[in-house]
Ligand binder design. Structure first.
Ligand SMILES: Nc1ncnc2c1ncn2[C@@H]1O[C@H](COP(=O)(O)OP(=O)(O)OP(=O)(O)O)[C@@H](O)[C@H]1O
Length: 706
């Protein structure tokens, strides 16, 4: 067991009490997450709380993955049956809300880019109307505002879109939270119901929240409802709050702080920093303009804080540099990685964190050129973001929902033609089908009081208000989907591979609009698409293996693929950590809660925006031992280091410190300084980039040969 500090034990030993709150406030690297993990172990092994009575919330899927993975290892190390970890509820707030709503409503649609673009096609054509939007993001904002204002702003066009969304169970993430809360309210009065929703009232006794500073106001209704009456244990650090753009954290925190009476609320603090070197902590303190842990905040504890910084100085300060262009910055990063790898670092020790995804993509392509293995850390697997995969999923939804309507299943949803939304979305992505055709068709369906599918299959085509060529395209669309829907084949196909093949062949015949998927042509090659398809197929297989009786495979998959993907994603990540090392690429936001021995923080040389203080602080405090900062603009940062220094390679004292910190035996460090420099020079020669910044060349996989 890790040697926990008295302040950490204090949190762990605070006994279970219903309707009470423990709030743990602490800086980065102080062991909040570690304390949370041991608290869970203690609750189960000492306080006799059952694993299924514990609910853990974190904000990102990545953080949820990491909590489960670490719980498994802590349970194993303490000789407690680690399998029981899987009985603990561990969710993101949206993951939990999704589960509640799907359980109560069946298949729902969380609207994404492809959906907003489909909705845009329904807007009147004139640029002079107030409903003309230049991008789907503008429409998204207007719909959100409309919903927030409870439709007070009398906008008939948006009203119709919102009605369509409601009928088709199309939701934004905020809607999901509100809907989930509604179901919790309903079920609280129905004590006979045995369901996941009921469990949230009756089963769970303890709710733990990691990183409370990341909660934002729209989550409040659901979170407060779930936590009320339970023991709420929350951990956080307000300096690491980086979701301010979603609303004030103070607002939700004041609701949580007042959830239980004051005499049932305990505030505890953790003082140390176990993660970073004093050199890194000193820079972080400078950024937030005060020490990480302040002695004066110690009020409700009789304990004197132990050392605020636990690690000894490493002798190496963070390097802060500016570069004129991406090539110069990239050369520095490649060169530095070469030096580090030729000393005793591993690729897997290194993380490159950036503010934006687009900058990461640029860095990734350069790492690829040099054969440096890398992996992007994302909160969900890449295949879920692939527009072509989203299109396949929408085709599956069209088939499943239209078939239900055709065969008069689920009358209450069938009445509202839930299939309409997926049909509009998929039609909008076809070549040659413009806004005017979609609008004319949609209007004609309304006049006949028919769903789009029924209209296209029941009304003779000479009545369709469409030109000849569009009619042909519509006929092609219907004939390709006909068997699946009219003969209910979609619900009979039980084999994931057959279903995928079928839907892929339908898509192939549909003549997709290339400009619709344009953003994919460069960045996402067809090879990537193939990989994404394979990943989706694996999730489908997992889904098939746990499908309960009495529901068709397609329905089960569409209702649960979000959850199933996350579970599958976790198991894949566990496999990757045992494989060959990779440099990790991540946005600063996605790296929250994580740590890496070596961190490069980069902001892109073109960006003139100063960094947000809290985001910069989060980035800096992800580093354990070495920190390199490229083009990070901030009023309290002065760039001063030379990018050409190679002193790190000859700093034996540092590398001894480094390996000790990572519990690596010094025997693992098989190289001498002379040998390191020789390997480094060899690599530089192969790269051929002695300050030839403008000529970053394809260097093949030089790294694989060392
Ligand atoms: N008592 C301890 N003894 C030794 N190492 C510890 C102790 N507590 C925590 N650590 C280590 O310190 C590091 C940071 O811990 P953890 O990730 O739990 O911090 P955190 O407070 O959640 O950080 P952040 O808020 O920055 O994400 C981890 O490597 C953890 O194993």
């Amino acid at each position: 067991m890790d040697k926990l500090t008295p302040s950490q034990w204090k949190v762990i030993h605070k006994s279970y009490e219903p309707a009470s709150t423990i709030k743990v406030i602490a800086g980065p690297g102080s062991g909040k997450t570690l304390t949370l993990l041991y608290k869970v172990l203690h609750l189960i092994t000492v306080e006799n709380i059952k694993p299924e009575e514990i609910l853990i919330f974190s904000l990102t899927n990545k953080a949820v993955d990491s909590i489960i993975e670490n719980l498994l290892s802590i349970f194993e190390n303490s000789h407690t049956n680690k399998e029981i970890v899987h009985q603990i509820g561990c969710y993101t707030v949206h993951g939990l809300a999704n589960r509640i709503v799907v359980e109560n409503e069946g298949m729902i649609n969380i609207i994404e880019e492809i959906g907003w673009r489909g909705l845009m096609k329904l807007l009147p054509p004139s640029k002079r109307t107030p409903h003309h939007f230049r991008s789907y993001k503008e429409l998204e904002k207007v719909v959100k505002d409309y919903k927030l204002n409870n439709a007070k702003n009398n906008n008939p066009v948006i009203e119709k879109l919102v009605e369509l969304m409601d009928n088709c169970k199309v939701m934004t993430n905020d809607d999901l939270i509100i809907r989930a809360k509604k179901y919790l309210e309903l079920d609280s009065s129905d004590s006979d119901a045995s369901s996941f929703t009921q469990d949230l009232h009756n089963k769970y006794k303890v709710v733990l929240i990691d990183e409370f500073q990341d909660l934002y106001p729209s989550l409040a209704p659901l979170i407060t409802m779930i936590c009320k009456g339970k023991q709420l244990i929350m951990f956080g650090d307000t300096n690491q709050s980086i979701y301010g753009f979603l609303g004030s954290n103070n607002e939700i925190m004041s609701q949580l702080d007042n959830l239980h009476p004051k005499n049932f609320t305990t505030v505890l603090k953790l003082f140390d920093n176990f993660r970073s070197t004093p050199e890194i902590i000193s820079l972080a303190s400078k950024i937030i303009n005060r020490p990480l842990a302040e002695k004066q905040i110690i009020d409700d504890t009789d304990e004197t804080p132990s050392e605020l910084v636990r690690k000894l100085p490493s002798g190496v300060s963070p390097q802060i540099m500016t570069f004129d262009d991406l090539a110069a910055e990239s050369e520095f990063i490649i060169d530095k990685i070469t030096q580090l790898i030729c000393s005793s670092a591993k690729f897997s020790d290194i993380a490159i964190l950036s503010r934006t995804n687009s900058h990461l993509t640029a860095i990734a392509s350069i790492l690829k050129k040099y054969g440096i293995p890398y992996q992007k850390l994302k909160s969900q697997p890449d295949w879920m973001d692939d527009l072509r995969i989203q299109f396949l999923l929408d085709i599956l939804k069209v088939c499943s929902l239209a078939s239900d309507e055709k065969h008069n299943r689920e009358f209450n949803t069938g009445d509202k033609w839930q299939s309409n939304f997926s049909i509009l979305v998929t039609m909008s992505a076809l070549k040659g089908i413009g806004d005017a055709s979609i609008q004319a068709l949609y209007k004609a369906c309304g006049l006949k009081n028919l769903s789009i599918w029924k209209y296209l299959t029941m009304v003779p085509n000479f009545e369709w208000p469409l030109g000849l060529s569009i009619k042909k395209k519509m006929e092609n669309y219907t004939s390709n989907l006909y068997e699946m829907i009219e003969n209910d084949q979609v619900h009979q196909l039980d084999d994931p591979m057959e279903l995928l093949e079928k839907v892929a062949s339908i898509t192939n015949n549909l003549n997709l609009n290339p400009t619709y998927f344009q953003s994919l042509s460069d960045a996402q090659s067809s090879l990537e698409f193939k990989t994404h398809l394979q990943e989706m197929a694996q999730v489908m297989k997992v889904s098939k293996s746990n499908k309960p009786p009495g529901i068709s495979f397609v329905k089960w998959f569409l209702e649960t693929y979000f959850d199933q993907t996350m579970v599958f994603h976790q198991s894949q990540q566990a496999l990757q950590t045992t494989g060959p090392g990779t440099v990790k690429l991540s946005t600063i936001h996605s790296a929250k809660g994580l740590e890496f021995p070596i961190v490069f923080l980069t902001n892109g040389s073109m960006s003139n925006f100063p960094m947000d203080t809290n985001a910069l602080y989060v980035g800096i405090t992800r580093a354990r031992n070495l920190l390199y900062m490229c083009n990070m603009k901030h009023e309290r940062l002065v760039s001063k280091s030379s990018p050409y220094s190679r002193s790190i390679m000859s700093n034996n004292l540092f590398w001894t410190y480094y390996n000790k910190d990572l519990n690596r035996s010094v025997c693992d460090v098989k190289v001498t300084h002379g040998y390191n420099v020789q390997r480094y020079n060899q690599l530089r020669k192969n790269f051929g980039f002695y300050r030839a910044y403008s000529s970053l060349r394809c260097c093949k996989s030089v790294f694989r040969r060392i």
